[in-house]
Design a protein around this ligand. Sequence first.
Ligand code: MLT
Length: 329
Amino acid sequence: MKKIIALALMAAATLSTQAQTFPGTKPVTLVVPFAAGGPTDRVARDLGEAMRKVMGGSANFVVENIAGAGGTIAPARVAKAAPDGHTLLVHHIGMAATAVLYRKLAYKPLEDFEYLGMVNEVPMTLIGKPQLPANTYRDFENYIRANAGKLNIAHAGLGSASHLCGLMWQSRLQAAEAMVTIPFGGTAPAMNALVGGQVDVMCDQTTNTTGQIEAGRVKAFAVTTARPLSSHKLLKDYPTLNEMGMRGFDLTIWHGVYAPKGTPPAILAQLNDALKKALKDPEFIKRQEGLGAVVVNDKRVEPANHKAFVAGEIAKLKPVIEAAGKFAD
Ligand code: MLT
C-alpha cells in the first residue's frame, strides 16, 4: 500500500513539474490539416503568434501542415501524438463533417482529443475564375445551369469546408448535372488554379478570398452567411445565397483547437487560458475581422462547451451529408 501511495505521489509531482515548466524551450506545434497559405493555415499562424505573446518567456509556436484526404490525416496524427501539450490540432468544421462523411476514420473525433476551445467563425464566398462570363449571382447561376456538367468546382478534399459548401450549394441549385469536382491539398493551391483559370468555381473562406476579390483576381458572386456581411467594406457588396432564393442557406466555418487525449489537465488549463487571452488580443481580432472572420467571445471557448458544440454540429451535418448521399469511403 505504501508503495502505491509513493508511486502516486511521484506521479503527481511529475505532472505538477510538467505543468510548471510547460512549454519550456520545446516549441508547441500547431498541426494544420491543409496546405500552407490557406485559410486554416492563416488561423493557426495568427493564433500561434497571439498565444506566444500571451505565454511569453520561451514559449514558441510553429505550424506543421499535414494535408491530404480531406483533412483527415492530420487529426489521426495528432490523436496519436505524445499527450504533453507540444502537439495541438487547429481544425475547422471538417472535424464534424468528416465524422459523417467517412465511415472508417482512423480516429474518434469526440473521444480521441482534449477540446481546448473554439477560435472563430469565418464566412464563405462563392467565387469564379476571372474569365467566367458572369458578374452578378443571377448571371452566374444561369451560366452554371446552361453549362450543366461542363464546369468544375475546386475544393480541399472530401470533408473540407470548401467541399461541404460545394455539396450544400449544388444540392440547392439542382442543376441538370453536378459539376466535376477537383480536389487539392488545400484552398491555397486551389486558389492558384482558379486565378490561373485552370478551374472554374470554388466556395472558400473569406480569410483566403478577400484579398483575391479586392485585387480583381477572381470574381465573387455571393456569401454563404444567413445575413449580409454589411459591416465589411468589401463583402457587404455581395448578396447572401439566402437572398438569392436558397432560403435558409447558412454556412460559416468555425475553427477549434485540440490536444491528444490524456494531456495533463494542468497543461490543458494553461493552454486554454492562453487561448482565451489570445482571442482578446486587439491585433489578433483586427487581423481576423479584416478578413471577414468573427472571433469567438462566448462560452464555446470553454472546453466542455466546445466539445458539446462539435457534437451538435455532427448531429446537424448528418442529415445534410446523408441527403447528398456521397460518402468519402
Ligand atoms: C477547406 O476548404 O477546408 C479549407 O479552406 C482548406 C484550407 O484551409 O486550405
